[in-house]
Design a protein around this ligand. Sequence first.
Ligand code: GLA
Length: 356
Amino acid sequence: MSHPSGVRQEVFGSMPDGREARIFTLRNHNGLKARVTEYGAILVSMETPDQAGNPADITHGFDTLEGWLNNPPYLGATIGRFGNRIANGKFTLDGREYTLATNNEPGGIPCHLHGGVRGFDKALWRGRPTADNGVEFTRVSLDGEEGYPGNLTVKVTYTLTDDNELKWEAVATTDAQTVVNIVHHTYWNLSGDPATSINDHELMLAAEAYLPTDAGMIPTGEIAPVAGTPMDFTTPHAIGERVEADFEALKLGGGYDHCWVLENGRGVRFAARVKDPKSGRVMEIFTDQPGIQFYGANFLDGSVTGKGGVKYARRSALCLETEGFPDAPNKPNFPSCVLRPGQTYRHTLIHKFSAG
Ligand code: GLA
């Protein structure tokens, strides 16, 4: 079924409880195609042309809803209420302590990851096409869901423009103070062949500093300069060039898995550029957020079988997760992630695709 806007919608499948999840297809005039589903407000696929004009899907994921229902690496997901990690699954707001699930244990040290056991990525959202070639997903995360305070009303919109931009925007309001960090988590392999490594992809980050972590992958609170380290992507570098360097942060993360501190600026500004030299595909990232987690899929190990039966190998994709800083609720020197009644949380993430 096609909406007047040109957005096509179909039933994707049924949830274990029988509710239907729809899938929406967005196309632009240059042959780009994005598919998004009500389950998890997930980006199911993104097709873009290479330098010869041949389109390919450049995201990891699954062919069916059943596949997406079991998605331990958070492929393509919209993550919340708080993306990334919170130390010990605890934080204090105005003198009251909140306890969240500790669903992750890097280095054997438990922490809260990506919103908990049933985060936003596992919720069934309500989707509807927008007038400008987009889909708007809404849901209410109830007070107490996964231990977070306050009823949070959330809207996530995907828009595909004729400037070859896939825009992802999150907006949220609350009726009680809470913490919010809604994060988009697509795994990209710009070659279009998800069985290849991203070691050849060249990355540039608009960041002079990053957040070192402890053994549990929780930021120490220090803001460290990248200059003179393998974390320096202020000029383009192949990801594989220094990933095995003898550098503490890379050892703790098993490779790149850190939050870079984006250059100061107001509003939406350039954050990252990644290029696959073989296909010529380029993706630029623009955001209004203070940080970007560059995760090199070090935890993928071939145990997840995705689209077309491909077993996703270590470092076969990269995530560029624009975000508030990890563990911000416990770090007074980090930009605040607290949302209070009357305030509006906003997050814009733009992916701009080209080839050449
Ligand atoms: C994020 C984290 C990684 C990992 C993945 C999910 O990107 O930074 O450490 O937990 O999510 O597998």
